[in-house]
Design a protein around this ligand. Structure first.
Ligand code: 2AL
Length: 256
């Protein structure tokens, strides 16, 4: 058996179908990974090109589950086994369902960033993309029990795909919003609220002068910790593999 302390494989799943964002997420994850950690990045074949509504998120969750199933199949077919998965969209779409499909750890970038932010500050704010997505982060903060650590969820009013467009001035608008958070919110740290911001962390930190917690990189380091501690998703209780059953119609491929 492979010695997991020396070598491991973390699969980053970008839940949207924009390949340039997937590549960027892969580079950001690989940059912080330990020597001996292999990082691969994938996205579903089908689904929204960006996730910025409840509808986008619901559709993208199915793609995430397909990607987990694909990762598990690769390992079972003699390919490179996946030791941990990261769901690299700030709504953590499909997180609990994904955990049911594997014994490997599955970490969402929002939950990873919230956890790390509480370790380095007593209060943080989130800076995300469009205002309409703030409620998604607020629901996660409540569900995960982090609401009282977060002062405010702010939006830079940037459509997600503007993060892929050098001409869209996204970085400047995110920095402006982070500076407002620093002066107005009474916080010690900022959490970046989109996987597409993974390459901007250093510039934002320099410009704002606060610790900036970015979810993709936070999740990679948490995944490494869990794998090296041999902690995988519990199969006792609700995260056990789903009961075998028939799925009808276009979901028949999910049945057994
Ligand atoms: C995201 C994200 O992380 N990726 C995506 O497509 N949408 N979340 C967000 N709040 O914009």
């Amino acid at each position: 058996m492979k010695n997991r302390e020396d070598t491991m494989h973390i699969r980053l799943i970008n839940p949207n179908t924009t390949a340039s964002m997937t590549a960027k997420i892969g580079v950001a994850g690989a940059r912080v990974a330990a020597a001996g950690t292999q990082v691969s990045a994938t996205n579903p074949d089908a689904g929204p090109v960006s996730i910025e509504s409840h509808f986008d998120e619901a559709v993208s969750a199915l793609g995430v589950l397909d990607e987990i199933r694909r990762g598990e199949r690769e390992g079972a077919d003699g390919g490179e086994r996946v030791d941990a998965y990261v769901i690299a969209c700030f709504g953590d779409p499909g997180l609990l369902a994904a955990r049911e499909l594997t014994t490997a750890p599955v970490i969402g970038i929002a939950e990873a960033a919230f956890h790390l932010a509480t370790l380095i500050s007593t209060r943080f704010s989130v800076v995300t993309t469009l205002g309409r997505t703030c409620i998604i982060a607020e629901h996660l903060l409540q569900n995960y029990g982090f609401a009282h650590h977060c002062r405010k969820v702010r939006a830079a009013e940037i459509p997600v795909l503007d993060l892929e467009d050098d001409g869209a001035c996204a970085l400047g608008r995110i920095i402006d919003e982070c500076r407002r958070a620093k002066t107005e919110d009474g916080i010690g740290a900022i959490v970046l609220g989109c996987g597409g911001m993974a390459d901007l962390t250093d510039e934002i930190r320099e410009a704002v002068g606060l610790p900036i917690v970015e979810g993709v990189t936070a999740a990679v380091k948490l995944a490494e910790s869990l794998v090296s501690l041999r902690l995988g998703t519990s199969k006792h209780g609700d995260l056990a593999f789903p009961r075998a059953k028939t799925f009808t119609g276009r979901f028949d491929y999910l049945g057994s």
